[in-house]
Unconditional design. Structure first.
Length: 168
C-alpha cells in the first residue's frame, strides 16, 4: 500500500436533523460510520446472511436519524417499511445493528467519528488480486489436506481391524 488515505469528514453532519436532507445526511453518515468500524468489517466479511445483516444496519440507521429529527415511531416505521416493533427494537438497542448504530451516533456527537480509507494504486491492486487468488488456493489445499487426513484416519482404523483379525 502507498500509505495514502482518503479521510471522510463527519464534522458537518447534523446530529439533530431538521429536515429530510439532514435526516438523509445523518442516516448515510451512520451507515458508513458503522460499516467501516473494524469489528463490523470483520462481521460482514463472514458469508452468513450478509444482505440481511446490512439491511438491518441500514434500517437501524434510518430509524435513529428519524428519531433524532423527532419523528414518532409510527412515522419511522411507515417511512422505512418496517413494523413499529422492529423500529423500537433497533432504537432500544435490542438488536446488534441498533447497538452498533447508536455507538456510531455517540461517536459522531463527541466528534470522534473518523474514517480513513486506504487508497490503492492500480499496480498494487494487481498484487491484492494475486494475494486473494493465492489465499483461495491455500484454502482449497487446506480443505484437501483435511479430506486426506480423514481418509488416512479411516485407513488406519481399517488396518487396525485387519491386524486384530490376523492376531486372532
Amino acid at each position: 500500500m502507498t500509505g495514502e488515505t482518503i479521510k471522510l469528514d463527519f464534522e458537518k453532519i447534523p446530529v439533530k436533523p431538521t429536515g429530510a436532507k439532514e435526516i438523509r445526511e445523518l442516516e448515510i453518515a451512520l451507515i458508513i460510520g458503522t460499516l467501516f468500524r473494524e469489528d463490523v468489517v470483520h462481521e460482514i466479511l463472514e458469508p452468513r446472511e450478509f444482505t440481511t445483516w446490512v439491511d438491518s444496519l441500514a434500517v437501524a440507521a434510518g430509524a435513529l436519524a428519524r428519531e433524532k429529527a423527532g419523528y414518532p415511531i409510527s412515522k419511522i416505521a411507515e417511512e422505512l417499511g418496517r413494523t413499529e416493533t422492529t423500529i423500537r427494537n433497533h432504537l432500544q438497542g435490542k438488536t446488534k445493528a441498533g447497538q452498533l448504530v447508536r455507538e456510531t451516533y455517540e461517536k459522531l456527537v463527541r466528534g470522534e467519528l473518523k474514517i480513513a480509507l486506504p487508497v490503492c494504486k492500480p499496480e498494487e491492486l494487481e498484487k491484492v488480486k494475486e494475494y486473494d487468488a493465492l489465499k483461495a488456493k491455500v484454502e482449497e489445499l487446506e480443505s484437501k489436506v483435511r479430506e486426506l487426513e480423514k481418509k488416512l484416519e479411516e485407513a488406519r482404523g481399517k488396518a487396525k481391524e485387519l491386524l486384530d483379525l490376523l492376531a486372532q
